[in-house]
Unconditional design. Structure first.
Length: 134
């Protein structure tokens, strides 16, 4: 089982602003989000995984492994999300109220986590963000 609990700091983003714009985020906010500092505090306690993001638009979510819960994105958009942990990969399967769906794949590798953002809509580009444990 991977060591999930920790504080992580963004070191690299690929296609992040483009991904956000495809989700209706204004381009100026998307570019600001891509270039801004981001940190995540992730804590696993049994089946509960708590994610706290600190930055310009902080958020706090509690996920429960293998159970659908509601989470809030930084701009206040709610998602129904199911977290599944398989080996060193934590995948968050999410749906919007409007029926759109996608996943965020967290690949834990020693002192870093690479998050791949992938929508079911093939028109939305795949984005990745790499965070190092601090």
């Amino acid at each position: 089982m991977p060591q999930i609990t920790g504080k992580y700091e963004l070191v690299k983003s690929e296609n992040w602003a483009t991904y956000l714009v495809a989700h209706g985020i204004p381009e100026d906010l998307a570019k600001k989000a891509e270039s801004g500092a981001a940190t995540y505090d992730i804590e696993q306690n049994g089946d509960n995984i708590t994610v706290d993001s600190k930055g310009e638009r902080p958020f706090h979510n509690v996920l429960v492994l293998n159970k659908e819960v509601e989470e809030q994105l930084p701009l206040g958009k709610p998602l129904k999300t199911k977290a599944v942990l398989e080996g060193d990969v934590l995948t968050l399967y999410s749906k919007t109220d409007g029926g759109k769906s996608g996943k965020r794949i967290h690949k834990f590798n020693g002192n870093e986590v690479v998050i791949t953002y992938q929508d079911d809509d093939p028109k939305v580009p795949v984005a990745t963000r790499t965070f190092k444990r601090v």
